[in-house]
Design a protein around this ligand. Sequence first.
Ligand SMILES: C[S@@+](CC[C@H](N)C(=O)[O-])C[C@H]1O[C@@H](n2cnc3c(N)ncnc32)[C@H](O)[C@@H]1O
Length: 229
Amino acid sequence: MGKDKLRRWEQMKDYPNVLQPEFCDIFDKDHNLKGKWAKDFFKNDFPITLELGCGKGEYTVAQAKKYGKRNYIGIDIKGARMWKGAGIAIEEGLQNVAFLRTRIEFIKSFFDRDEIDEIWITFPDPQLKDRRIKKRLTAPGFLDNYSSFMKKGGKIRLKTDNLVLAQYTEEVVRADDRFELEKCSFDVYGADWDSFESGLQDLLEVKTFYEQGFLDKGLKINYVSFVVR
Ligand SMILES: C[S@@+](CC[C@H](N)C(=O)[O-])C[C@H]1O[C@@H](n2cnc3c(N)ncnc32)[C@H](O)[C@@H]1O
């Protein structure tokens, strides 16, 4: 591991807003915050949004600043990336932010029925090879897990540079009775902002690290959202 990564690793051990559970504490077991995030971790009863594959946590931090009466949890397996967002949240005194370092495959160990209001999936790996399609974060197996803890009426939002992933997600959602497709845009920045739900423009204009790289290459950005029935 490089020196920089090691330093971040060490620093994060002392960050109060970062949880890095051991594999043995969550494999086939419930984490002790399951069902209790708002009360025991955030010490409030505000709704919770997850950012999956959060990287540096741009969406987690930007939303937490904008909406003080909501809680945000960024989830990623790579600690060196979340170090950035976690550090900003500490510097800015954001009490409504947590980062969880784990594989999204284990997400059911962390959240209980009706615990989560919203999910953002920001620029996930598109998993283009046939044998990896089930690893897409909007594949049916992942949607089964999300629906086990999402509230009725809650929203799942995908932002991606990858048209194949966006179209795949649209198809999967249309075929799944548990969800209602809300919005599909295959060119977010070329679309009329009035065609999106009110208040969303500010959020959709937040650019993640990967997104900026894709925009610099001239790629279009896609957005798909769907509601839990
Ligand atoms: C392409 S990056 C996007 C990061 C960030 N959202 C952005 O837009 O800059 C995908 C992220 O998903 C994380 N990731 C991919 N598969 C994961 C999994 N199964 N569990 C947890 N994190 C995962 C990676 O570590 C990586 O940080």
